[in-house]
Each structure stands twice: as C-alpha cells, then as structure tokens.
Design a protein. Sequence first.
Length: 490
Amino acid sequence: MKTPIGQVFTPTEWAEWLINKWHIFDAWMDGAEICDPTAGQGAFIIALLNIARNHQIPLTPKHLSRLTLIEIDPSLIDNFKSFVKQDFGIDFPPDQLFCKDIIMHSHDKKYDILIGNPPWVNFSDLPTAYKTELKPYFIQEGLVQDTQKLLLGSSRTDIAALVIKVVLGKLLKEKGQGYFYLPTSLFFGDGAHSGFRDYQANKRGFSIDTVYEFTNTEVFEGIQKSYCCGKIQIDSQQTFPIPYFREMGENWDEHIASPLKYPNDPWRIVKNTEELNSTDMFDIHLTPDQKPRQGVNTCGANNVFIFDDKPSHLPDEYLYPLTTKEIWRQLTGTPHKWILLPYHQETGKPLDWNSISKHDTLMNYLQDHKEVLQARKGTLLKASMNRIGWWVLLGVGPYAFAPYKIIWEAYGRKHFNPIVVSDIDGQVWQANQAMHAYIPCWDENEAHQVRTALENPEISKLLRQLNGSGKCNWAQPGKIKKILNMKNAL
Ligand SMILES: C[S@@+](CC[C@H](N)C(=O)[O-])C[C@H]1O[C@@H](n2cnc3c(N)ncnc32)[C@H](O)[C@@H]1O
C-alpha cells in the first residue's frame, strides 16, 4: 500500500476505555469472537491482552483463537506481531492476521463483535486512483446515488461511513455488535452522510444503540474533526430517540438523539422528549430562487481575487465589497475586503474573453495570473473552466447579484445572526465562501421580513440541537434549508 489512509491510532488507554464501557472483555472471555477490521497496529487487541494480564488471566490458545486483525498496511501488522511477541511473549496466530483491503476484498469468517476505529478521511482527500476504485462501493452501500453526486456535494462523505457499512454487513454474525470511535459528522452532516443514515448495510438493517460524544478530552491528538464512540447493532431496525451522552467536565451528560424530521435527517440532541415535540414550525415563504447559498469560492485563488483595499487599477464595475466578521461585530458598513468578479451583473454569467479584452487593465491583470488560475484543482471547477474559461469562480450566479442579501455567519459560530446587506455605490455585497451563507432577495421589504422571521429564537435553538455550535457546519445553507423545509418545500 502506497499512501496511508487515515492512520490515526487509538491510545491503548482509550481502547481499554471503550472495551470497559461495553464489557467487551467479559464477552471475549465468555466465548465471543472479536475482530478489529481496520486494526492499524492492533491497539484494541493489545488492550484486550492488557486487561487479561492486569486480571492475571493466563491467555490460552483458545482465547487467542477468538481475536482477529484485518489491516491494509502490512508494516502495521508486522509492528503488531513484534510488539505482542516482545511485550506478552506471544506468537500471535498468523491465520488470524489478514492483510487486505476490507472494502474491496471478500472475507470468509464472521464475528460476534467488531471493535476499532475506522479511517476518517473525506472522499475528496483520498488518493485519486483509490477514489476511482472506491466509487462503486460508495454507490453499492447507498452512500451516494451516483458518481456525479460524489463529485458534487457528497465529496465530503467520509470513508469511515463506507468502512462501517461494509464491515457491519460483511463481517458480523447474526445480531452481532460493533463498537467504534467515529466522526460525529456521520450523525450530524447534512447532505454528505444522509446515505449513512439509511441504517442499511449489505441489505441488513443496523441501529445505533448509544453514542458518547467527546467535547473536551483529546482522545486523538491534533484531530480537528469532532468525534464520538458508539455501539451499533446489526440485524436490527433503527428507532428513535436513542441515548446520547455528551462529555461535560468529568461527567457524561445524558441527552436523547432523534432525526430532525425524516429518518435519514441529521440528528437533534435534546434533554427529553418534551423538548423534541415542542418545536415550532417556521412560517417563512421563499421562492426557489431564494435557496440559501454559500458565498463566492475562489478555489484557492484568494490572493488573485480578494483585496484588502479596493484596487484603483481595476474597473469599479467588477469589484464588490466582501463580507468579513467586522460587519457583525462592529455593525459597520465599511468593507474590509473587496472581491473581483469578472461576471455580468445582469445575468450572473462569467464575462467571455472578448468582453474582458475591452478593459485593458482587467485583461492584463487576469492574464498576469493565468498560470495560477489555470492550475487550480477540483472537479467542478475544472468542468467550469473547460466550459467557460480559466478566470471563473464557483458560487456566482444571478443570486450573487440580487440587490439584497439576508446574510449570516455559517461557520464556527454559536449564535445565528442574520442581517440584511445591500450595496456600496451600486456594487452588492458578496458572501465569503463557507464562512457566510445568504438568502438572495429582490425586494427590500421582503428582505427585512425574512430577516425578522429568521430571528425566531427557535431557529438558533434548533441549530444548537443539531450539534453545530462552534463547528464548521454551524448554519450552512443545507442545514438552514432543512430547517425551513419543516413547513415550506423550497
Ligand atoms: C484510524 S486507524 C485505526 C487503527 C486501529 N483500529 C486503532 O484504533 O489504533 C485506521 C486504520 O485503517 C487502515 N485502513 C484504511 N483503509 C483500510 C481498508 N480499506 N481496509 C483495511 N484497513 C484499512 C489504515 O491503514 C489504518 O491503520
């Protein structure tokens, strides 16, 4: 295997913690067959051996015959073998060590219990050749409907979702259980993980039984994703609500989890069923043109398109004020940044080269950065560049030039604070990529009405229940769409 895929190993103490939480050691002693399907250097199996040693339980060949490791990277299996030999004086049975890709290769045996920590990597960050090989499996497991979807919104789908579905469906005996450390995005991601939440693995139903979400403890050092651990039951139908524990200081604060509306929706976390049933409906009327949107995306070329001061050498008609945190903090209407959009305001379409060449300064400026702009990556962007030209951006259309925007901070916040923005000297404000989201409006009164309706404190409350506080998906357009969809189909 050339590129390591998600090699973040579980510290032994946290492998032991998970084993103790769900009495997995006792199950092993009582005869359960246990497998770590993405075993790395074997942290979970070593933790089981450790517990036996601490209890002074001699390990018999029978005990060992009920432990299996599967891992794609042969060097990690070698590390495991040497460690177990050195630390426990055990020659681990070689026929229980499998070096294979558990997604793509078959496996004959089935187990009572799966434990571990699957790789957590967004589909878009996987090596290109591996992505191509994995696509059919993402589709087969219902994680995306087609390859096109994988290229578009669902590229944030985590390989963890695929690995979990594959191993539950392929490796568990009837009514077996899985216990894993997992990224919480499987339960709270809007579009990308709704396919995980069909609770089906290889035509077998599975249900999430209990979840523990870490909020303070760094189980995995330096990992930015938010994570949890959970018990999953195969051959079982998912019902809600389920117990959901959130780390609070030294304790685990008990909550319940239930999907927002439809079974495959992201989960809400609330204290009790009364709270679950008390949500108001939101009476906000939006047309299909007013779909909530993310801001403009330069696709890695901020230094070409975005300026701290309005550049005097470029034509005013293509320069737009760009929202920054100051407009919420200081309530100031003064732009702190400007963005260049070589687009027709009336249609939202990119300028063609002929139109660009009518403005010498614009043409020279873009030409000077042609190489950098052409080298930008991304399937969607590439398709757009091939169709139109290397000067395009993403997230620009007629909506970007609507005279009013109800705009809010969508990323990493704890308060939902939509405001109405219009223009500076006729140039409308633009939202900045995933930081800001907005609803376009073509009528000022309507913009203020929608803003007032969005200020309903129930929306903030619901966003917090959807577990986005302080996270990257705090109030992203998909989530706001879902919330508004509670009454109005967009
Ligand atoms: C997050 S690590 C966890 C390892 C171990 N379970 C632990 O907790 O320390 C995930 C492991 O999965 C392995 N892996 C990635 N893709 C795999 C695949 N398709 N089949 C088997 N193993 C895989 C990686 O090499 C890595 O060692």
